[in-house]
Structure formats: C-alpha cells, structure tokens
Design a protein around this ligand. Structure first.
Ligand SMILES: N[C@@H](CCC(=O)N[C@@H](CS)C(=O)NCC(=O)O)C(=O)O
Length: 224
C-alpha cells in the first residue's frame, strides 16, 4: 500500500494478465497506484533484484494490498472478490461459478502462458508467430464452443463476472499476434466487453485501428 493507503499494482501496459487485474479493480471501483514494470526495457525490468523479491516468478502483475503482496492475476481477482465483494465478479450459483472459473483458467492457464514472452524466447524466431497463433486459435476455438452454452449477455449468463476480465485482454493480445486477421477468430464480442471493464488504452487504439474485430471491441470500451 502507498502512504495514502492505496494498493499498488505492478503492471505492464501490454500485459494481458495485468490488464485482467486492472479491469477487476475498475469494476470494483478500487483506487490504486501503478508501478510500471517494462518487460522489454533494460533487458526486462521483471528480472531486477527488487522485482524478483516481490515476485520470484519474474512476471507481472503483482498487487500490494492490505499488507500483503499477491501475484497470479486470478488469485488477485479472487482476493479482491473475497475482501471487497461488491459488485460481484463471481455468480452466487455454484454451477455458474464453476463455469466462470473454467473459462478464466482456460484463458489464464491454457492460452496466455503458451504465448508468453519467456516461452516465445525458447522458440526459434522464425517459428515464434506460428507458435503463438496456434496456441491462440486453438484456445479461442475452444472458448467459443464453451461460450455457446454458458453465455447470456456476458460470458456466463447476464451478470458481469471474472471471465469478463479475461477475454478482453486476451483478445487484444491475440489480435496483435494475428495481425491483420483478428476477425478470423470466431469471437462473439458482445460477450467479451463491458463498459466498465475499461482498461483499454491508447496503445490498443494505436495498434488495432483498422482491425474489424478489435475495432468493435475498442468502440465498446472507454479509453483512458
Ligand atoms: N499466471 C500468471 C502469468 C503472468 C504472466 O505471464 N505475465 C507476463 C505478462 S502477461 C509476464 O510478466 N511475462 C514476463 C516474461 O515472460 O518474461 C498470471 O496470471 O498472473
């Protein structure tokens, strides 16, 4: 926490995992300060001794809140949900909660890690894009199939929930890898966006302009 008592989010503007947490903080109306950790600059600021002491996994996000430091975006979101329950990001119905967790894990565990920076570095440069695209396309195809039985207005039913904080950033991240063909992904954007789930930023506008799919996504999100 800062001296003013605000939580501190260690974040990188291009990180979909950090964005996920930024959306949850925004939805819950939690005021916080950001410490930028540039994953590229200086060989990657996530590798600095100071940051490693904060998160031994050398990844963003990390959130200092209530006297503790939490990393892993979904653990952060669950902590926020348990300590600041309104507005709710997990439905009351256990079956819907299971769907919410299933979709969140699919994205946070089944798509994002496969095309993370540290993983791509292990792949020969000329194969990196194909590698990332394969991970994204197979994950999003599965997601689309799942949404057909879980979605209402949003990913699970008609209430905004935790996955809302996941497909948006994942879509944005995916579109960067799939340029210029994000719109070839079978996404139903109405399930991915929520006006409060902002966290969109000028970076996305700069990179995604002209992209049909993400143009639709962006137009439904406030920019700041
Ligand atoms: N499971 C973690 C993954 C965190 C993660 O992979 N963060 C990425 C940015 S989205 C990162 O810091 N990558 C740094 C690197 O690969 O060196 C979470 O959900 O928070």
């Amino acid at each position: 926490m800062t001296e003013s008592g605000k939580p501190i989010l260690y974040s990188y503007f291009r990180s979909s995992c950090s964005w996920r947490v930024r959306i949850a903080l925004a939805l819950k109306g939690i005021d916080y300060e950001t410490v930028p950790i540039n994953l590229i600059k200086d060989g990657g600021q996530q590798f600095s001794k100071d940051f490693q002491a904060l998160n031994p996994m050398k990844q963003v996000p990390a959130l200092k809140i209530d006297g503790i430091t939490i990393h892993q975006s979904l653990a952060i979101i669950e902590y926020l949900e348990e300590t600041r329950p309104t507005p709710r990001l997990l439905p009351q119905d256990p079956k819907k909660r299971a769907s919410v967790r299933m979709i969140s894990d699919l994205i946070a565990g089944g798509i994002q890690p496969l095309q993370n920076l540290s993983v791509l570095k292990q792949v020969e440069e000329k194969f990196q894009l194909t590698w990332a695209q394969n991970a994204i396309i197979s994950g999003f195809n599965a997601l689309e199939q799942i949404l057909q039985s879980t979605a209402g207005t949003y990913c699970v039913g008609d209430e905004v929930s935790c996955p809302q904080a996941s497909p948006g950033p994942a879509t944005a991240a995916a579109s960067l890898m799939l340029t210029p063909g994000c719109h070839s992904l079978p996404l139903r954007l109405s399930h991915l966006s929520h006006p409060e789930a902002g966290g969109a930023h000028s970076f996305l506008r700069r990179h995604l302009q002209g992209d049909l799919c993400c143009g639709a996504l962006l137009s439904s999100l406030p920019l700041h």
